[in-house]
Design a protein around this ligand. Structure first.
Ligand code: HEM
Length: 216
């Protein structure tokens, strides 16, 4: 196969990327129609998702397929916890809840982390490369819309202190994808899992969209 894997996975998820990006919830959130409570609820959902991604990290670091992708500077759970303490107050843990769509998403990540490291890579790519890209647009909008300090509490999730040059980091990440230690058939399965990851994200957006249209 001539197409580099990084190109394959990006091309295959392109349509779903547009779908996620233009979902009602995302459009409303970034269009300034929704309040900070919607942004906070979304941040809570991310906490469940990233716990699933990062709980398995230590154990996956030694895996020949997923290991190269595990990089400490990507870890987001501590940042999400600081954001939630700011958004909800020190006792945020007592009230945080996952939507059923979030539970399903986190459960699938945890299952891959346990049983299928190559599948875990699909989830890793879908979230972290997205956060390093579109995440920066979301941060900018959030700062302006709800008055967070630039790169401060509330938007720390989007700030990768350990990544000095995001463009270079993404280039290196794509090289890791191109060198992934799996055969062609398994690459296709990873691409399919990436599409599933996008669908799981879209389902969370749909659930959030419903929650906040009902509240409006
Ligand atoms: C309003 C929301 C979003 C915006 C504005 C946005 C914007 C962008 C932009 C501009 C890029 C291109 C970066 C580049 O070429 O280097 C990108 C890449 C990416 N985004 Fe998003 N995005 C959004 C939502 C999402 C969501 C919800 C996901 C998945 C959960 C996601 C996953 C990705 C991935 C995986 C890439 C990397 C593609 C690649 O180069 O392989 N994005 N995004």
């Amino acid at each position: 196969m001539d197409t580099p894997f990084s190109t394959l996975i990006r091309t295959a998820s392109h349509e779903q990327h547009t779908e996620a990006e233009t979902s009602t919830f995302m459009s409303d959130l970034l269009g300034g129609t929704l309040g900070v409570d919607a942004y906070t609820r979304y941040t809570e959902q991310l906490w469940f998702v990233y716990r699933a991604l990062e709980d398995g990290m230590e154990q996956l670091a030694a895996d020949p397929v997923a290991g190269p992708f595990i990089q400490a500077e990507l870890a987001r759970v501590p940042e999400l916890e600081r954001d939630l303490a700011h958004l909800r107050g020190a006792d945020w843990r007592e009230r945080v809840t996952a939507l059923p769509a979030t539970e399903a998403y986190a459960a699938r990540i945890a299952e891959c982390a346990r049983e299928w490291p190559a599948g875990y890579v699909a989830h890793h790519y879908t979230r972290y490369l997205g956060d390093l890209s579109g995440g920066q647009i979301i941060r900018d909008k959030a700062e302006k819309t709800w008055g967070f300090a630039r790169k401060g509490d509330g938007v720390r999730f989007y700030v990768f202190e350990g990544v000095q040059n995001p463009a270079a980091f993404k280039r290196r990440y794509r090289e890791l994808l191109d060198a992934i230690a799996v055969d062609e058939l398994e690459q296709q399965r990873v691409v399919a899992e990436c599409k599933r990851a996008f669908s799981l994200n879209t389902a969370v957006f749909a659930a959030l969209g419903e929650e906040f249209s009902r509240a409006a």
